[in-house]
Design a protein around this ligand. Structure first.
Ligand SMILES: Nc1ncnc2c1ncn2[C@@H]1O[C@H](COP(=O)(O)OP(=O)(O)OP(=O)(O)O)[C@@H](O)[C@H]1O
Length: 708
């Protein structure tokens, strides 16, 4: 038979199996629907007859409806591309691999879940270690239709006469396809080195490093789905938390887990970790470096202990005809004494009252001694402690503190000088004070970690005050699940996740590590990063904070992915040249796919940049099917957006350098690369990130050659 006829015949064979699977799926669906209907009936009956066992029947109904709904949800989520693989083994047995395990009415396997041990060979078998697999077949479907099949022969000698082999390279075909706005799952083509990471044990800390495009994000997400499948009992209840660098990124990856039927995962961007705040603004690099440094803990602690702005600097109270007066310095001494006990201020008002009363008693004793009198100290303390004017003073002098107010108070240079003395340099103090000078400015991403630190330092106010504090943190966004819908309701500042996935971890500042560490007190971790893409200036300090977040958790295992699946070899070569000297040879991955299309570098004079960017965007929109990203320095985003306004198209996106982390496009226009280098303290690395976002074509528009 000719090759196309063989292919058609093999597609028809697989279509037969896929049809059986979907027929069974329809049966399971109607069974689940019937179960749900029956569940509702029980409730109805119970209500009508008001039977004694009403409560237990309602519970039974709830469980039935819950399970039926869960089954229906899973069946619907996995509908598309349900079957994607087949293994033919030396024993003659064949196994179909899919997104979900399905048995027929006789309980025989129709499809094996990709996460089940029996499916592992689909990802792990190689020609060197075939694991009894003769032929591995990837089946590509659209809805219920089989579009194509692609085979790998793993044991050539064992291929029986009637076994036909079709195509070559499902992976290459997948990589060559155009990308959409959302990342897709890779269950059908997970590679062996990736599978090893996905299936690594759940305990301890699993670190995944690797260069751009090596599938770190994809692997981490598939690992989350795998862990929830295999260890649902251990991990399912408390849930999995996935942290990404930005909202654009979390939106980009938001489809991957739901497409694998996982909704028990909470996705958040770094600017959204603290309940009640959504920050997207990035500080200039120097300012972000100060805000992210561990030294800020000292600064924040001192700022919190300083007298809050506007508190009275004198206390006067009349006791039995005598005026007792505490002046500014004396009040400061009392404040220092209360803080000296180390408790969170919002939990220390009682101690503040006691210390203040002691100071008043001292004062009264001092006055009495001068007049040759004595006083009853205990009586004075009891009497004053019950006086309304004393309590009025106390609430203004020792007010409930709010994280936002303390952070904003750093905009006052005198206060910041006190808080930063000996910790920050003069230049840093000026920069930071200027950063908080505008009280109306919304919080930056780096501020979120500081607000979270302050939240813990100042402590929860007693219950009836909490509502006010919550309001201060703006309206809280509901926690989002991996499909963007609100997750199971979790209490505020939930810290009991059973597993935490940190993506782009190389960019977390020490203060951000502390913030995430608080949410993973009891968790195991999967941490993804590439040191060469790091935009954080002090890696040692960040490593120290990261180790602190992991605590004593063991074991710690590390995997390095070495193949770049995203970029064409031509594009990656240019990126590697730009970052050479800033990365060790073995930190750079190998790109597996050549397209024959070299990056297009257009050097123009400055006034010509706008026109050249417009022309490049148009060319690329015409030549690729999927998305085109226009990447520029953060400051330039509004300007470049205005250049391209006329071309509003869903496929065209303008994105700032730091926000391009983790994203990918079919084609990229990179605007003024030298500006990416100069905007940040780790500039070359930021440029390296931007140069590695395109899968097929890259055009660089520059008015100089310095970056090359
Ligand atoms: N086994 C695979 N089969 C098909 N596609 C894959 C495979 N592994 C990775 N890819 C694709 O390669 C691209 C890069 O993957 P991913 O974004 O996870 O890489 P990354 O290492 O996180 O990159 P970066 O560090 O640059 O953000 C994605 O389009 C992903 O779907």
């Amino acid at each position: 038979m000719s090759e196309p006829r063989v292919r058609r015949a093999e597609i028809a064979i697989e279509q037969g199996h896929v049809d059986r699977v979907y027929a069974r799926l329809a049966e399971l669906r109607s069974q689940a629907e019937a179960m749900r209907a029956k569940g509702y009936e029980i409730g109805h009956g119970a209500q009508r007859e008001a039977v004694f066992e009403q409560a237990s029947m309602l519970f039974e109904r709830d469980m039935m409806v819950f399970h039926a709904n869960q089954t229906l949800q899973t069946l619907d989520a996995e509908y598309e591309g349900l079957v994607f693989g087949r293994l033919d083994q030396t024993s003659g047995e064949k196994i179909y691999v899919g997104r979900l395990g399905i048995r027929d009415a006789e309980f025989d396997n129709l499809v094996t879940d990709w996460r089940a041990p029996a499916a592992a060979a689909f990802y792990q078998a190689t020609a060197e270690e075939p694991m009894d697999v003769v032929r591995r077949r990837v089946i590509r479907c659209s809805g219920q239709n089989v579009l194509d099949v692609d085979d790998d022969v793993l044991i050539a000698d064992a291929v029986p006469d009637d076994m036909r082999i079709v195509g070559e390279g499902a992976l290459m075909a997948a990589l060559g396809r155009s990308r959409g706005e959302k990342m897709r799952d890779i269950v059908a083509t997970i590679q062996r080195e990736q599978d090893e990471v996905i299936r690594a044990p759940w305990r301890g800390v699993t670190e995944i490093t690797g260069g751009p495009g090596t599938g770190k994000t994809a692997v981490a997400l598939h690992r989350a789905a795998y862990l929830l499948y295999r260890y649902r009992r251990q991990l399912g209840g408390a849930g999995v938390f996935v942290l990404g660098p930005s909202g654009v990124f979390t939106s980009y990856i938001s489809r991957v887990l739901p497409s694998m039927g996982e909704t028990n995962v909470e996705l958040r961007a770094l600017g959204e970790v603290l309940d009640g705040i959504v920050a997207t603004r990035q500080d200039p690099a120097k300012l972000a470096a100060i805000k992210g440094s561990l030294r800020m803990r000292r600064v924040l602690t001192r700022a919190m202990r300083d007298a809050p702005p506007g508190v009275p600097d004198e206390m006067r109270i009349v006791y039995r005809g005598e005026v007792l007066k505490l002046r500014g310095k004396e009040l400061d001494k009392v404040r220092r004494k209360v803080h000296g006990h180390g408790g969170p201020p919002n939990r220390s008002r009682v101690r503040a009252a006691e210390t203040l009363l002691e100071a008043l008693a001292d004062k009264a004793e001092e006055n009495a001694r001068a007049d040759g009198r004595t006083i009853d100290r205990a009586e004075l303390i009891t009497d004053l402690g019950e006086r309304i004017d004393f309590h009025r003073f106390l609430v203004v002098w020792w007010p409930i503190l709010y994280p936002g107010e303390i952070l904003r108070s750093l905009g006052d240079p005198a206060r910041l000088t006190r808080a930063g003395k000996g910790v920050l340099s003069r230049e840093e103090i000026d920069l930071l004070a200027a950063g908080y000078a505008d009280r109306e400015q919304e919080w930056s991403v780096a501020d979120v970690a500081l607000l979270d630190e302050l939240r813990v330092l100042i402590g929860q106010p007693p219950k009836r005050r909490r509502r006010a504090q919550q309001l201060e943190l703006d309206a809280a966004p509901p926690a989002r699940g991996s499909d963007g819908s609100p997750t199971t309701h979790r209490p505020e500042h939930y810290d009991e996740y059973s597993h935490i996935v940190v993506d782009e971890s190389q960019d977390l500042s020490p203060m951000q590590w502390r913030m995430i560490g608080r949410r993973g007190k009891y968790a195991s971790w999967t941490v993804v990063g590439d040191p060469v893409q790091s935009s954080w200036p002090d890696p040692d300090e960040a490593a120290q904070a990261r180790d602190h977040a992991f605590g004593v958790r063991t074991p710690r295992r590390r995997y390095t992915l070495r193949t770049n699946y995203r970029n064409s070899a031509e594009i990656f070569d240019l990126a590697a040249r730009v970052v050479a000297g800033h990365a060790k040879e073995d930190e750079l991955p190998k790109a597996v796919r050549a397209t024959g299309l070299e990056p297009d570098v257009r050097i123009v004079d400055k006034p010509g940049v706008e026109g050249s960017v417009q022309a490049a965007a148009k060319d690329l929109m015409d030549s690729v099917e999927g998305t085109v990203g226009v990447i520029c320095a953060m400051d330039r985003v509004p300007e470049v957006r205005s250049w391209l306004q006329g071309r509003a198209d869903e496929r065209l996106k303008v994105v700032g350098s730091l926000d391009s982390k983790g994203l990918e496009y079919d084609a990229v226009v990179l605007v003024e690369p030298t500006e990416l280098i100069t905007e940040s303290t780790t500039g070359r690395r930021v440029l390296y990130v931007a140069l590695t976002r395109a899968t097929q074509q890259l055009t660089v528009v520059a008015s100089d050659r310095e970056w090359l």
